[in-house]
Ligand binder design. Structure first.
Ligand SMILES: [Zn+2]
Length: 266
C-alpha cells in the first residue's frame, strides 16, 4: 500500500511537471515565472493570467499572503489543479526620526497632488503587455552599493507607525549613475512626484514592472525602450527621502513584490 502511494505521488509530480514548470520559491513577496504548453490557459486563484505564445506566464505573491496558491491549467478541455504552500518571511521594524513633519503627515494642500501621483503610478502598474522581458535575469542597478533598506519592514516615522517599506534601498552618493535592471519600456517618467520625487517605471511584460525613485536626473521619457545596463538617470534625494539613495520596487500589477527575490545580491 505504501509503495502504491509512493508511485502515485511520483506519477503525479512527473505528470504535472510535463504540463507546468515553475521558477521561483513560494515565499511571501516573490515573483513566480512559469511555463506551460502553448495554447494552455492559466488561472491563478481563479483569475486568468496572460500566457505567451511559447507558454510563459508570471504572477506575484503579496507580502502577507498566507493562503495556498491555486494554479489551474486548462489544455484541450482538460483541467489540472495544483496547490502550492506559501513560505512566510520575518519582516524588520525600521525607525526613522528627524523627518520634516510635513513629510510624515502630508499637509492638506498636497492631498490632490498625492492622489494624482498615485493615479499615474497605478496606471503605469496596470499595463498588461505581451513583452516577456521578465524571463531574463535582473541585474543590480548600482554596483558595489550597500543596502540600507529592505522589503517589508514596518516603518515608524518620527514615532508614527506607517505602511511597510516595499522597496530595496541602495546607499549611493548623489549623482551616481543608475542602470536599468532589465530590458523594458518606460510607462512613467516624472521629475517631481510628492513621495517618490524623480521616478521611472518600466514595463517588463505580463504585469511585471519596476520602479526607481528619488532620482536626481531622469534621462528617459514615457514610451522609450531601455536595454538592461543602460544608464536611466542618477541617484538623488527627491521626494520623501532622508538623504541620497536609490529605492527600487518590483510589482506584479498592484501587488508589491520583493525586489531582492530577483536580484543576485552579494
Ligand atoms: Zn526606500
Amino acid at each position: 500500500m505504501r509503495k502504491l502511494y509512493f508511485l502515485l505521488i511520483v506519477f503525479f509530480i512527473s505528470s504535472s511537471l510535463n504540463a507546468l514548470e515553475l521558477k521561483g520559491t513560494f515565499y511571501q513577496g516573490n515573483l513566480i515565472v512559469g511555463k506551460t504548453e502553448p495554447n494552455s490557459k492559466i488561472f491563478i486563484d481563479g483569475e486568468k493570467v496572460k500566457v505567451s505564445s511559447e507558454g510563459f506566464f508570471a504572477f506575484g505573491l503579496s507580502k502577507d499572503r498566507k493562503n495556498d496558491v491555486l494554479i489551474k491549467v486548462i489544455k484541450n478541455g482538460v483541467t489540472e489543479k495544483i496547490t502550492k504552500k506559501i513560505y512566510t518571511k520575518e519582516y524588520k521594524i525600521q525607525k526613522i526620526n528627524g523627518l520634516p513633519a510635513k513629510q510624515v503627515t502630508p499637509p492638506k494642500e498636497v492631498y490632490e497632488r498625492i492622489k494624482n501621483d498615485n493615479k499615474l503610478i497605478g496606471k503605469a502598474r496596470s499595463v498588461d503587455s505581451n513583452l516577456i522581458y521578465f524571463l531574463n535575469k535582473f541585474n543590480v542597478p548600482i554596483e558595489n552599493s550597500i543596502i540600507t533598506g529592505v522589503y517589508g519592514s514596518q516603518r515608524i516615522l518620527n514615532g508614527i507607525p506607517k505602511s511597510p517599506h516595499y522597496g530595496l534601498d541602495f546607499a549611493a552618493i548623489e549623482g551616481t549613475e543608475i542602470k536599468a535592471m532589465l530590458n523594458g519600456v518606460v510607462t512613467l517618467s516624472e521629475k517631481n512626484l510628492y513621495y517618490t520625487g524623480g521616478t521611472i517605471i518600466f514595463d517588463h511584460g505580463h504585469g511585471v514592472s519596476t520602479l526607481y525613485m528619488h532620482m536626481k536626473d531622469v534621462y528617459l521619457e514615457k514610451g522609450q525602450n531601455v536595454k538592461q545596463g543602460e544608464v536611466i538617470g542618477t541617484v538623488g534625494k527627491t521626494g520623501r527621502a532622508t538623504g541620497a539613495h536609490l529605492d527600487i520596487r518590483l510589482n506584479w500589477f498592484d501587488v508589491k513584490l520583493d525586489p531582492s527575490s530577483v536580484l543576485n545580491l552579494k
